[in-house]
Ligand binder design. Sequence first.
Ligand SMILES: C[S@@+](CC[C@H](N)C(=O)[O-])C[C@H]1O[C@@H](n2cnc3c(N)ncnc32)[C@H](O)[C@@H]1O
Length: 417
Amino acid sequence: MAAALIPSESHTRFVDWAEKNGVEINGIAPAKFVGSGMGIVAARDLKAGECIVHVNNTALITAASLAVRSHNFPPSSTIHGRLAGFLALNYADKNSGHRLWQDVWPSQEELKTILPIHWSGKVQHLLPHASKVLLSNQRTKLEKDWTDLRLSLPSITKDLFTYTWLIVNTRTFYWEYPDLPKAHIRLPKKRAQLTADDCYAMCPFMDYFNHSDVGCDPKNDAKGYSVIADRDYKAGEEVCVSYGSHTNDLLLVEYGFTLATNKCQSLPLDHVILPLLSSAQVAILKEDGFYANYTLMSSSSPTICHRTQAVLRLICLPSRRYSAFVSGTDEGAVEQPKIDKYLLGLMEGYAREVMETLDEVDGLVVDDGQDQGKTTRRSIMAEGEEGSITSEHKAVLASRWKQIRYVVNAAIQELAK
Ligand SMILES: C[S@@+](CC[C@H](N)C(=O)[O-])C[C@H]1O[C@@H](n2cnc3c(N)ncnc32)[C@H](O)[C@@H]1O
């Protein structure tokens, strides 16, 4: 575990402010960690089951907060966009009531280094396929929010909006407005149709917690948010929460890091399998609900997911054997060796692609620090666009591809048995 370092004074000022504004802190404190920025440390020995922080619902920033609603953002805009717009207006306001909170967030430059949306097109091009798909979706959402809100934010630059949008993206918590009755006037329209993307709340102090796949599980009810210690902690240990069951591809794109071991890890195979399908096969799979989302589960020994079993049977076997498998009348054990052999060939091809990509990552020429002007102006990068390439980018990419290589090689060994 990385040692906790003493944080700067801005954090002490923020903690004082938070405690006066509805945050009860019990036995924990913010601290700086090497490689993950600020986080939460146990300030004394903690017992499993202790409530270590409670944030009153009055301290949250949600779409129902009066301060947010007073801006009359377009009703069609997403809640993510509205919160980003609100934060951008506050950020630009020297007298903002949230100034001390904003002061402890990562700076614009820090986010530009960490988050792939700001990386050079050359570096983005070397992201794993699943990360590229997530990045493209993220860019589309950001562009739509900016288009929907820019007229309501005449004093705000796109650069600042992008910053606060990414602050929301990396620091919000799930909030279904349990403090308000279902039909309350302060709720966003179409209450019944709220999607996960609509259920966002900015939650002071809670946003210090770093993620672990086995961390504490934040709870919320009508009174606000709480974090209960999931186990005993020794003073000085980092306390993490779980942001959800997220793969490393998602963590990398949405939060800018990966976990060395991730119990939610799976190896996406769509880019390997989809190009092999004929249009007739695509139609069959769509009708049967088995099109795409093919993975190799890799938490312990690699396991072929049911969807992957199905598509490989459609490719390799007579159609009646595929139908027997997807209808559940036959588990397909007799043909399993044939399926495994076919997948083995695919994985060997994938292993070669991984090695080639690792060579390309290795060959990236680092140009950080040589052109500061370029770095400061850098904003959202489209694939192919030029920008600086830092040693951190290279290290993150190399580490992610080595994780993939490990899973692919383990699968090859298993399938070759
Ligand atoms: C909710 S914030 C947590 C506080 C943040 N570390 C800070 O400095 O303010 C989420 C961000 O923390 C960082 N982070 C969270 N968990 C991490 C982890 N396990 N390893 C590395 N970075 C992590 C990522 O930059 C992520 O976007």
